[in-house]
Design a binder for this molecule. Structure first.
Ligand code: UT7
Length: 344
């Protein structure tokens, strides 16, 4: 076995890593105090149950592709990659601009990624990590050299402002990464993914698909909104988040104590704290920005990764662990040895 194979536990022919990261959030900040003007809630309840203090809301003229394009542009800049050099664009989202065409095609056009293919991927809030490990396969196999993976959602468009148990939790945002070949020993060193479809009914948007088309009789406006059995999803999240991280790490031959920074899906500070304890990590090795953005669904993990980098929390050689979870119920994780960027 060569060194390269030893360092590519997924059997990757080419080691694949993140070459650049970027994020974008809309300008409008909606604080908990703002919400109390039209929702029967309080800052105290939201902060104590979720850790969220504010979230961003897209302007009426903005849609998911607008956030995705800007995050993608910033990731390309950070990677030193030209849009024309992209081979593939994957957009993870559960709030596409419309059912067709796919949001990735709008991103391709806006970025001027003339050579790139593209597709959307929807597995709710787990979407970004699923898209990351999907995009990585194309690079790992040697098929493509540059893949742009974006996680973007306008979750406020799915909020029922009469449902206080959900509308205080979510916000809008996007994050993106450029994937490409890296030096042996670096990049994605372990992955894991799973679903438990039996839990699907606990987190849904019922209308707008083929089961309940928008024009069908008896569709209630609440069917268009996100609905959630909060405590059930909470229990699922607490049980899966730490385990998913451990499985991705084990898959790469690592243990949690080797993790420099754990970047979990930003849904709830209590869920993040429970997984920190499960992984037995000190607070400084866990990243959270849920306080500022709430749950941005597919935007959550790359937005956290991007801010962690901006804050100097990740150095070359660090082992980081990413975990997403959400509707489906679903989850995915990746362990990454940061750095190892190749020239060109
Ligand atoms: O990416 C998708 C993943 N989603 C998640 O990760 C969400 C997971 N779930 C959660 O984070 C938590 O379950 C919530 C934050 C949604 C709720 O926290 P909880 O501690 O599970 O509260 P609960 O749903 O059991 O509700 C407790 C009480 C209820 O009142 P009663 O019945 O005890 O009188 C609710 O009506 O809190 C009430 N409540 C609120 N009160 C003030 C629910 N929402 C609110 C609110 N403001 N916004």
């Amino acid at each position: 076995m060569t060194t390269e194979e030893l360092n590519s536990p997924q059997g990757y022919k080419t080691p694949v890593g993140i070459l650049g990261v970027g994020h974008f959030v809309p300008e409008e900040i909606v604080t908990n105090a703002d919400l109390t003007k039209f929702v029967d809630t309080s800052d105290e309840w939201i902060v104590s149950r979720t850790g969220i203090r504010a979230r961003r809301r897209a302007a009426p003229h903005q849609a998911t592709s607008d956030l995705a394009v800007e995050a993608g542009r910033r990731a390309l800049q950070a990677a030193g990659t030209r849009a024309e050099d992209l081979d593939l664009i994957i957009v993870a989202t559960m709030t596409p601009d419309c059912p067709m065409p796919a949001t990735s095609t709008m991103v391709q056009h806006q970025l001027g990624a003339t050579r790139a293919g593209g597709f959307d991927l929807n597995i709710a809030c787990s979407g970004f990590v699923y898209a990351l490990i999907t995009g990585a396969q194309f690079v790992a196999s040697g098929t493509f050299r540059r893949v742009l993976v974006i996680g973007a959602d306008c979750m406020t468009r799915l909020m029922n402002w009469k449902d206080r148990s959900t509308c205080v939790l979510f916000g809008d945002g996007a994050g993106a990464v450029v994937l490409g070949p890296v030096e042996p020993g670096y990049g994605i060193v372990g992955i894991h993914a799973g679903v438990n479809g039996a839990g699907g009914p606990s987190l849904t948007v019922n209308a707008g698909g083929s089961r309940m088309p928008s024009w069908s009789e008896g569709v209630d406006s609440s069917d268009y909104y996100l609905q959630m059995e909060g405590p059930e999803v909470f229990r699922f999240a607490v049980s899966v988040m730490g385990e998913a991280a451990i499985k991705a790490l084990e898959n790469g031959g690592f243990t949690p104590d080797q993790v420099s920074l754990f970047i979990p899906h930003q849904a709830n500070a209590r869920i993040i704290e429970a997984s920190r304890k499960r992984l037995n990590l000190p607070h400084e090795r866990v990243f959270s920005n849920v306080e500022h953005y709430g749950n941005t669904s597919c935007g959550s993990v790359p937005l956290a990764l991007s801010e962690a980098l901006e804050q100097g929390r990740i150095q070359d050689g660090d082992l980081i662990a990413l975990v997403g979870f959400g509707g489906g119920l679903s989850w995915a994780s990746a362990a990454i040895r940061w750095g190892g960027k190749k020239e060109s």
